[in-house]
Design a protein around this ligand. Structure first.
Ligand SMILES: [Fe+2]
Length: 133
């Protein structure tokens, strides 16, 4: 899909607005996912980019509705928002399903044997470690 990275980055930025910390986190996770992808044979580029950029997209609604967020609430609130956003850019439906499965599973034991899920978890762990110094 042409300009996939640019389109999804815009969705992310429009959605998070002035929450620069979350935007930076997502971009860092994308950067580390891309680094890991260099040494990985099989992956779907669009699914990887979308999953990395939108993996924490449920945070804002979780905080608005519940007043807090954690891994479990992010997994719950994230997929419907990711689906809505990705539909706007005509992201292929079968890839949306997969991205939503990945977002809905990125903080718990893997229920899917997807390389993109594995890469996202590893990249998120690296970035979280770097952020907590
Ligand atoms: Fe994250």
């Amino acid at each position: 899909m042409d300009y996939c990275k640019g389109r999804i980055t815009k969705l992310l930025v429009d959605y998070f607005g002035n929450d620069f910390r979350r935007i930076t986190h997502a971009l860092d996770v994308l950067k580390h996912s891309e680094k890991i992808m260099e040494s990985t044979e099989i992956y779907d580029y669009d699914i990887m980019i979308a999953s990395a950029l939108l993996h924490d997209i449920g945070i804002k609604k979780s905080e608005a509705v519940l007043g807090h967020n954690n891994g479990k609430t992010q997994e719950e609130y994230g997929p419907p928002i990711a689906e809505e956003l990705l539909k706007k850019i005509n992201f292929p439906p079968e890839k949306i399903t997969r991205v939503c499965e990945i977002i809905g599973n990125h903080h718990s034991r893997s229920r899917f044997d997807y390389i993109e899920l594995k890469i996202l978890k590893e990249a998120d762990r690296i970035v979280n470690d770097l952020e907590s110094g």
